[in-house]
Design a protein around this ligand. Structure first.
Ligand code: SF4
Length: 412
């Protein structure tokens, strides 16, 4: 693993604490005769420490400093008793932390929750899977100020260049940026993806398991990857989110004839529904047997992209690889960050040992890879690997061949 240190936010990132936060804030509200809040209202109001949560729940006309202090005391009493009633780690978090521990990654937690509660929760749910926890402490500024982050980084023995900061809020993304760290936004928590992107997320993940490739590969070096592709003559654009990339694609393809090969990436992006209103998409996944190989624009994903600027695709019917080679005026390869590999050899390995087996399984092929997830270079009649194409540069007669890289995991 290239990444040696991870700093996680707590609420909404490692633990779903919403139920206990809501119950505790309602204990305080009801004691003072205020209306209870829903979990959804709590989710929107949580952030930047419990004082802010409590303040936002008190009716505006009653929001004096004395009232906030009283409600905060009640909240703390209630939360101390309730904080493990409904709180649970998000699915996939404990296996992720176990894998990080096995790989020797130092893990710290930085929370705007008060220190005692943060430490109790971490000890209870994660034990020694987390080395150091900082909650809100007197005389130390809260996130997004970088002071605590940098202290935590020092205590973990980490280096900014090999550390990921992982959180679910704009405050977390700003904290990472202020501390000079790579900011990874998670979308399973309390805030929406567009908020994380607007706050400067370097990449978004939707499942804890999607973090592992980021630890293996290190922070996304978009500039270097862009240089590797553009030096070979490819166009290159990076979009942090699938929504941004989709908007670019629908605008680019509007009014043009468009065709695409089989692709889980495009299915997850919302094709062909996303194109209704801009142009007609010819896709054999929609209209069986319709292979339109000479459109204005041919859209394809790839089984792997190398950070050295190559595109790797394996195909069975070979319409997809042929469409990317000759016929269309323009070809756009659209890939999530899960397709990135450090070099050509690892990209080929990914195509053969990750993408092809998963596709064989999806298509219910009787191949050994569909059983154990590894390529056996089979001679099976069901073999889906009939051609492997490596684009080392744009095909000569194509007007433009470009890469659209998306900072989210998409397809396989
Ligand atoms: S060659 Fe056979 S075993 Fe290997 S990935 Fe292709 S279908 Fe699977």
């Amino acid at each position: 693993m290239k990444i040696t240190t991870a700093i996680f936010d707590l609420d909404g990132t490692l633990l779903n604490t919403l139920g206990d936060l809501c119950d505790s804030v309602n204990y305080a509200m009801l004691r003072h005769g205020f209306a209870a809040v829903t979990e959804e209202e709590t989710r929107v109001r949580v952030g930047n420490g419990v004082r802010n949560l409590v303040t936002r729940c008190i009716p505006e006309e009653k929001r004096t400093e004395a009232m906030i202090d009283n409600c905060l005391d009640d909240f703390r009493t209630a939360y101390g008793e309730r904080m493990m009633n409904r709180t649970q780690p998000y699915d996939g978090i404990i296996p992720l932390l176990k894998k990080l521990k096995k790989a020797g990654v130092s893990v710290g937690v930085l929370s705007n929750k008060y220190d005692l509660a943060a430490k109790s929760l971490i000890r209870h749910f994660f034990g020694d899977l987390v080395q150091v926890t900082y909650g809100e402490r007197p005389d130390t500024p809260r996130k997004p100020d970088p002071t605590s982050t940098l202290q935590l980084l020092r205590e973990l023995g980490g280096d900014a260049t090999t550390t990921l900061y992982i959180g679910d809020s704009a405050t977390d993304m700003q904290t990472a940026k202020n501390a000079g760290l790579c900011a990874i936004g998670v979308t399973w928590g309390f805030r929406a993806a567009d908020e994380l992107t607007a706050a400067g997320a370097d990449a978004l993940v939707h499942e804890p398991a999607e973090l592992l490739p980021l630890f293996e590969r290190g922070p996304l070096a978009v500039d270097a990857i862009c240089k590797a592709f553009t030096e070979r003559g490819f166009g290159f654009t990076y979009f942090p989110t699938a929504a941004d990339a989709l908007s670019y694609l629908t605008n680019t393809c509007a009014g043009k004839s468009v065709s695409l090969g089989g692709s889980m990436t495009f299915k997850e992006l919302g094709f062909p529904e996303a194109f209704v209103g801009s142009t007609a998409v010819h896709w054999h996944w929609v209209k069986q047997g319709e292979f339109f190989q000479t459109p204005d624009i041919y859209l394809s994903s790839a089984n792997a992209l190398s950070e050295t600027g190559e595109v790797v695709n394996i195909d069975g019917a070979c319409n997809r690889v042929s469409g990317t080679l000759f016929g269309p005026k323009r070809c756009i390869f659209v890939c999530g960050i899960n397709k990135l590999c450090p070099d050509l050899q690892s990209a080929i390995d990914r195509a053969r040992n990750v993408a092809a087996p998963l596709n064989a399984k999806r298509l219910e092929k009787k191949t050994p890879c569909a059983v154990d997830g590894k390529c056996h270079d089979c001679k099976s009649p069901d073999r889906i690997c009939r051609a492997m194409v490596i684009h080392m540069g744009p095909p000569q007669r194509m007007e433009r061949c470009e890469i659209v890289l998306i900072g989210e995991a998409l397809g396989y």
